[in-house]
Ligand binder design. Structure first.
Ligand SMILES: Cc1cc2nc3c(=O)[nH]c(=O)nc-3n(C[C@H](O)[C@H](O)[C@H](O)COP(=O)(O)O)c2cc1C
Length: 394
């Protein structure tokens, strides 16, 4: 069965529901690790107080017994703790006008679409007259559901030795210089950094740039990098467009709110170089088997993993809600106004890195489940071992 997930829920509704289907039975899930990933998504220098309000956790609603998957759909509920301030405005069932009045601005319709958000296209497309009907779902609060699904994916791929790590490469104009040929243990520094940065000099400059943008009531974008270790060759496929893992990974990244570009390996600099300097030459030794001495391809050739580390960079736009509002136009009256400011962070790059990490883990798990299959997790692990044994003789 194909691995799939869906999320439901609005930013100020009761919470988010995430349903993961196609998981093998017997997969052990660690509640602490899932909570830790949710907390990592909420952390980061430059975020607003809402992140302190929401202390995310998953409440299992199906598919899990005594910490192990049953092979049935796995459902998690993630409560929105802020919902208590929005019960009538976000009620699923009709409420009286009088009840809404008690909520002040929260009870009023939003009629000023914000530039850079889904607001204007969303109200036009769906025929809404209240932008809240769009912004509640377009909000990146939804990424909590993605991170929960990603944590489950990480548990699955960990059974075959794959790990996925992330760091922030750039915030605004400040670009980090991480150690060359990153090892997995190097990423521990990102976990200890408020901006998830591996370069201490750049870290200080990033914090300074965030402070400056905050003073100017502005926002910042940047670049994140996700690396996957222990990936076998042959996940994904060259045989059809839909099977290519490079395309799937790019789609997983670009479907994240505010992600605007994806770079696989050293694609951007490689585009300026001669082919002789770009392609990772192939070597073989008895102890390492087939291997490369460089990884400009970022571990992907022909839509498949090639056995090298996966390197996926994501390019993020500056957040669209500025505390210094941009110009917009009132729906219906077309009166020019300053855009509605709900709340906003200066930058979410540290959180975005964690969401990107979840997306890469998910796509690797999906490709691994296709390749190794199995109704029980033991079948999945055994198929992976048999495959490694076969290719070791190639
Ligand atoms: C983790 C995360 C948190 C975000 N928080 C905010 C925010 O506080 N303010 C904001 O304006 N945009 C925020 N965004 C980005 C918007 O959700 C996004 O830009 C908007 O929905 C429009 O989608 P698009 O940028 O993909 O076109 C966040 C994105 C992510 C990944």
């Amino acid at each position: 069965m194909e691995l799939a997930y869906v999320t439901a829920g609005e930013s100020h509704g009761p919470g988010l529901t995430v349903v993961v289907s196609g998981l093998p039975a017997g997969l052990e899930l660690d509640h602490g690790l899932i909570r830790a990933d949710l907390a990592r998504r909420q952390a980061g220098y430059g975020r607003s107080p809402r992140q302190k309000l929401e202390q995310d956790d998953v409440e299992p609603r199906g598919g899990l017994r005594h910490g192990r998957t049953l092979g049935s759909p796995l459902a998690f509920f993630i409560q929105n703790r802020d919902h208590k301030n929005w019960t009538a405005p976000m009620s699923a069932w009709p409420v009286d006008e009088a009840e809404l009045e008690g909520y002040g601005w929260r009870g009023q319709p939003v009629t000023l679409p914000r530039p850079g958000h889904a607001d204007l296209a969303g109200v036009l497309k769906y025929g809404h007259d209240d932008v809240r009907n769009v912004l509640e779902r377009a909000s990146a609060r939804e990424t909590a559901g993605r991170v929960a699904a990603g944590a489950v994916a990480k548990a699955l791929i960990a059974t075959i030795g794959i790990t996925v790590r992330s760091h922030v490469l750039q915030i605004g104009t400040v670009r980090a210089t991480p150690p060359a040929w990153l090892q997995e243990r190097d990423f521990d520094r990102a976990e200890a950094s408020e901006v998830r940065c591996l370069d201490p000099d750049a870290e200080a400059a990033m914090i300074e740039e965030i402070e400056q943008a905050k003073r100017e009531r502005d926002t910042l974008g940047g670049v994140t990098e996700v690396r996957a270790f222990g990936v076998p060759p042959g996940l994904g496929s060259h045989v059809s467009a839909a099977a290519r893992l490079d395309g799937r990974l790019a789609a997983a990244m670009l479907s994240i709110q505010s992600a605007k570009g994806v770079e696989i390996g050293d694609a951007i600099v490689s585009s300026t170089r001669r082919g002789s300097r770009v392609h990772d030459e192939i070597f073989h030794s008895d102890d390492r088997g087939y291997h490369r001495k460089s990884d400009a391809a970022g571990g992907l050739e022909g839509g498949m993993t090639n056995g090298a580390e996966l390197v996926i960079r994501t390019i993020w736009k500056p957040l669209p809600t500025l505390m210094r509002p941009l110009k917009s136009v009132e729906l219906g009256s077309h009166e020019p106004r300053d855009a509605h400011v709900e709340r906003s962070d200066v930058t979410v790059l540290p959180a975005a890195a964690v969401v990107a990490e979840a997306g890469v883990a998910w796509e690797l798990a999906r490709a691994a489940a296709e390749k190794f299959g199995g109704d029980a997790v033991g079948d999945f692990v055994a198929a992976h071992a048999a495959y490694l044994e076969r290719i070791s003789r190639a």
